[in-house]
Unconditional design. Structure first.
Length: 365
């Protein structure tokens, strides 16, 4: 029996438009709003503690999850992308994978999550989200084992391991499966799960990396679509060439069927980028991704809530203005993008981000 918490997941439908010319922010531009626009936030494993979800009783987890979701709702969030697999682990009652050490001090590589947790964190979170009418997408880092080592994307055993995690998650009442941007990124080396002691480098062309990653992507897309009303999407980096070099084949994902239902490029820059603050980095990258979309995949934009109000020499726009996010939402709407996702949850409470959040809320319903 599936652990369904409601009959129908909340899946949004959107209207697509043709790609137009390059655009820039203009205060006079009409604001086009839609109740069906996705307003998401990522809940990273690094957010667990600040949200009061780590190392707490079921009662406190439930209370703190509800409090966070209420804050999210006040910020007009209608979709949470909850990181459920960060380091080949699980924040659900997995009988295969260990518990997350970021969620429980009792986590151990030698025992499964099902034998570690005294309650099911994912199920409790989903119940709280249902009460707030917020949909939840299960966010997985598919390959990362720890901070240095990754599963080898070219091995069938790696694909099998990732798909096992997906299969377990599909038993829950989630809106879909979500991958982040870590593919061929291991700082030290790659791991064969048949021999965890065997760590080795991988030297492949970008095309070969994309081919290996796409084998898993196509397979997971098919796996997810065996369930009714579930979606599968990926959030790559905001730099196209970096994506391709890492095996994230955004050209294919945005032009052919059977790969993703949506893409979320992480466009984490302002239009006052560079030491002189004159490079329209956000607009340039937004135009680039919008132009690549040739299929029916939805396009959401990852926005850098975590950078708002901060001081950085490389991107002074975050300090110069308090309406960066609002301007970025105006722009993504002009490009017919279907919504945005903010990184990350703990910055919904950050005082430095307050002005940006306030200006953003004026645009959303």
């Amino acid at each position: 029996m599936k652990k369904k918490l409601c009959a129908v997941a909340l899946i949004f439908t959107f209207i697509f438009g043709t790609v137009g010319q390059s655009i820039t922010a203009d205060a006079a531009t009409p604001i086009v709003t839609s109740s069906k626009e996705l307003h998401g936030v990522w809940v990273s494993f690094m957010d667990y503690d600040s949200l009061g979800l780590a190392n707490v009783t079921k009662a406190k987890f439930k209370k703190n999850a509800a409090a966070f979701l209420q804050t999210a709702k006040k910020n007009k969030v209608n979709a949470v992308f909850l990181q459920v697999r960060s380091f080949d682990d699980a924040i659900w009652m997995s009988k295969t994978f260990p518990a997350s050490s970021y969620l429980s001090k009792k986590a151990s590589a030698s025992k499964t999550a099902a034998k570690t947790y005294t309650y099911d964190p994912l199920e409790v979170f989903l119940t709280a989200a249902k009460a707030k009418k917020i949909e939840v997408h299960a966010w997985l880092n598919p390959y990362r084992i720890n901070q240095l080592h990754y599963l080898d994307p070219g091995l069938a055993s790696s694909r099998s391991r990732v798909k096992k995690a997906v299969a377990e998650l599909l038993e829950y009442d989630i809106a879909g499966i979500h991958f982040d941007d870590y593919f061929y990124h291991a700082p030290v080396g790659y791991v064969n799960t048949a021999n965890r002691g065997n760590v080795y480098p991988i030297v492949l062309s970008s095309a070969e990396k994309c081919k290996q990653v796409n084998t898993l992507v196509k397979s997971v897309y098919k796996q997810v679509h065996q369930e009714d009303d579930m979606v599968f999407g990926i959030s790559p980096q905001g730099n196209v060439s970096n994506d391709i070099n890492a095996g994230a084949d955004i050209y294919t994902w945005l032009s052919k069927k059977g790969y993703v239902d949506y893409l979320v490029p992480q466009i984490y820059w302002t239009d006052n980028y560079g030491s002189a603050g004159t490079t329209k980095m956000y607009t340039d990258r937004l135009n680039e991704f919008a132009a690549l979309r040739k299929n029916s995949a939805k396009l959401y934009i990852g926005l850098a809530l975590y950078r708002t109000g901060s001081s950085t020499a490389g991107d002074p726009g975050w300090r110069l203005k308090s309406n960066n996010l609002a301007s970025q939402v105006r722009l993504l709407r002009q490009k017919k993008a279907n919504g945005y996702i903010l990184f990350s949850a703990r910055y919904l409470y950050n005082a430095e981000s307050a002005a940006e959040r306030s200006n953003l809320l004026k645009l959303v319903k």
